[in-house]
Design a protein around this ligand. Structure first.
Ligand SMILES: [Zn+2]
Length: 90
């Protein structure tokens, strides 16, 4: 007398543990994204090097110096300023 099928339970609506996202997956982007806005990648054409310049304290520009020769640069933030995430210092 075959009774095997009695032991196969198919309950719809039960969440599959494998399908759930890992804990904290939804929050991974937040702080890193905000931090990325505080700097700008710069190509220093004077010395052919790359570095980052950081937002000034008042938040109106990015400012920094060439890591090799110390030449200062300032990139304004605003409608007529830089919009890209990459900046070239001439
Ligand atoms: Zn330089």
């Amino acid at each position: 007398m075959p009774r095997d099928r009695d032991y196969i339970l198919d309950i719809p609506g039960l969440p599959d543990p494998q399908a759930r996202p890992a804990a904290g997956a939804y929050r991974a982007i937040g702080p890193a994204e905000r931090g990325a806005l505080n700097w700008l990648a710069v190509h220093w054409r004077c010395c052919h090097v790359y570095s980052r310049i950081y937002k000034t304290r008042d938040g109106t520009a990015y400012a920094g110096c060439c890591p090799k020769c110390g030449k200062p640069v300032r990139a304004r933030i605003g409608p007529d300023g830089t919009t890209g995430r990459f900046f070239e210092a001439h």
